[in-house]
Structures are given as C-alpha cells and as structure tokens.
Design a protein around this ligand. Structure first.
Ligand code: C5P
Length: 310
C-alpha cells in the first residue's frame, strides 16, 4: 500500500509562496541577511503524510527529479519530525511521505512547506499538542521561510523573514507561475547579490539592518487591487537570479507581452510569478506561455498555511 493511502496516516497540506516584495539588507554575522518581505501563500501545495513507525523514514513522490531531494536528515521535513519528537520527549518514529507539487529549489519555499507540514503532522500523529507558539519557534529554527508556511495567507516578514505580521489582503490575486526544470541555490543567490553590491560599493560601509515594506504595497494588498500592486513589486534577489540565468530576463518580458500586469522572480528563483488582472486574464496568459513552450501554472492567493486534511 502506498504511504498516501495508509489509513493511519495524518495528511497535512502546506502552500508554496511568492515574495510579492523582497528587500534584502546587510549580511549578519550568522550569514543571514536582514529582510523586509511580503509573502503570499498560493494554491500550489505540498502534501505530507505521517504514519506511525519505530524509526524515522521519508519517501517522496510527484513531479520531481529523484536525485534533487534528500531523503535523510538533510531533508527539512525529516529534521522537523525529529525536532517535534525531541521537544515533546516522543520516543516513537514516523514514516513520512511527501507528495511534491511546488518546484524543488524554485524560490517558492517548497522545502519550507514540507517542514511546516511535517511539524503539524507529527504534532497531530503523536498527540503532543505543542501549540501555535512552540510550533512557530520550532519552524523558525528550521529555516527563515518555515514560519510563513505554517501561517500562510499574506504576511510581512522581517528579521531573517521569520518575524511575521499578518497583512490585510482580503481579495483574490491571480498569478501565472513559470517554473524551470533546473533550480537555483538560495545561498548562492544571496551571495551573488552581495557580490553585485560590493562591485558598485553599495551597502559596503553601513548596511541597513532594518528595512521597511513600502506603504504602497500594503495599501494595494488591502484594496485587493492587482493594478496598484503591480508597479510596487520588487525583488532584490532578481538581479542575482537573472545574472545566473539570463534567460529569465526574456521570460519576464514575454509574460508581460502575453498580458500579465507584471512579472517578478519568486524569492531566489528561478520560478517567475506573473501577476494578472483576474482569473480570465491569467488563463489567457497561461495559455500563451504554454503555447510558447513554457511550463505555466495558474494559481491564486492568498491561501491558508499548513492544515490537516480530512
Ligand atoms: O533559512 P533557509 O535555510 O531557508 O535559508 C537558506 C539560505 O539562504 C541561508 O543559509 C542563507 O545563505 C540564505 N538566507 C539569507 N538571509 C535570509 C534568508 C536566507 O542569507 N534572510
């Protein structure tokens, strides 16, 4: 029987994210950069199934290149399961299965979604009832984007991205995602940005350690207005991603030509997110990009964070 079908499995679904806005500041001593970002969770999900077991094990299915996802303790979901056990004094193990839909190393926080889902699934499986605040702390220890995958919706992230403030964004936003077969490394994109900035002398002497999200971004989100949001979307990591993958520049232009309001590299890339005026506009953009040979998905935001299904 496949893991997904085990009747004793806890099934948790967690969303991928887009950074609608991402300003990167200076690099701290721990290697992380100060951020001011706005995350939006979108309707592309990771499904995690957790079943009782003596040991810890992990399998992965979905549209993934098997070599690209580690199945041992390098995997963030595995680390999340062990962290719940350690924190709550659980001596059992867990059999984890991940059905992936979010691109691997795509800049959409797929690994972080797996970790958030594993936290919630193990907490439910073992009945440890750790509560929202402890789960948030564990999430932040696992990675900068994990707390957001737990909470979902639309949120401002500061610090390393783990300090979250929910943003009011009641409307629906339609996105067309163009994914790439080959991922990009997040640490390499941050390092690439540092290098680009050092070259022009920016941030060399006095890197800003606190940054703000412009009010225009928050107002557009509150108004549910994609036309107002489009011109205020920025991603500082985009220049590093485009330098590494010059074809992204062309793709960004292609999406706008196809009718998108704007396009942005998602997080550290290489997934590109095109904001569209509404569902029909997005369907048309998706169709045109597929006809041009791209892998394009139509998703919407905001959607909830990691949730138990069924
Ligand atoms: O926290 P996470 O494991 O997702 O981060 C991956 C890498 O991305 C970090 O090791 C770091 O190199 C980079 N990063 C950063 N500043 C952040 C978030 C991530 O430099 N705020």
């Amino acid at each position: 029987m496949s893991m997904a079908q085990r009747s004793d499995a806890v099934h948790v679904r967690a969303p991928g994210k887009i950074n609608v806005y991402l300003a990167v500041g200076g690099r701290h001593d721990d290697g992380y950069h100060a951020l001011a970002t706005v995350f939006q969770a979108v309707s592309l999900y990771e499904d995690v199934y957790a079943s009782p077991a003596h040991d810890f094990s992990l399998t992965v299915s979905g549209d993934v290149d098997p070599g690209t996802v580690p199945l041992d303790d390098r995997n963030l979901a595995m680390r999340a399961a062990r962290l719940v056990a350690q924190t709550a004094g659980v001596t059992e193990g867990v059999e984890l299965h991940i059905r992936k839909s979010v691109p691997v190393a795509g800049g959409m926080g797929g690994g972080s979604a797996d970790a958030a889902a594993a936290l919630v699934a193990c907490d439910a499986l073992w009945g440890t009832e750790l509560g929202a605040s402890v789960l948030h702390d564990l999430a932040a220890r696992l990675g900068a984007d994990v707390p957001f995958a737990l909470h979902g919706g639309t949120a401002v992230g500061t610090g390393r991205g783990e300090r979250l403030t929910p943003a009011l964004a009641p409307g629906r936003f339609d996105w067309v995602l163009v994914t790439s077969e080959k991922g990009l490394s997040t640490p390499e994109m941050y390092a690439g940005l540092d290098e680009l900035r050092a070259r022009v002398g920016a941030l060399a002497d006095d890197p800003p350690l606190s940054l703000d999200v412009p009010i225009a971004v928050l107002q557009a989100l509150r108004a549910g207005d994609p036309l107002a949001l489009a011109p205020s979307m920025i991603n500082d990591l985009e220049q590093a991603a485009v330098r590494e993958r010059p074809s992204l520049d062309l793709l960004l232009a292609e999406g706008v030509q196809a009718g998108a309001l704007t396009g942005i590299v998602s997080g550290s890339g290489p997934t590109v997110a095109f904001l569209c005026a509404g569902p029909e506009a997005a369907a048309a953009v998706q169709e045109e990009l597929i006809a041009a040979g791209h892998r394009a998905l139509h998703v919407h935001g905001a959607v909830p964070g990691a949730r138990i299904i069924g």
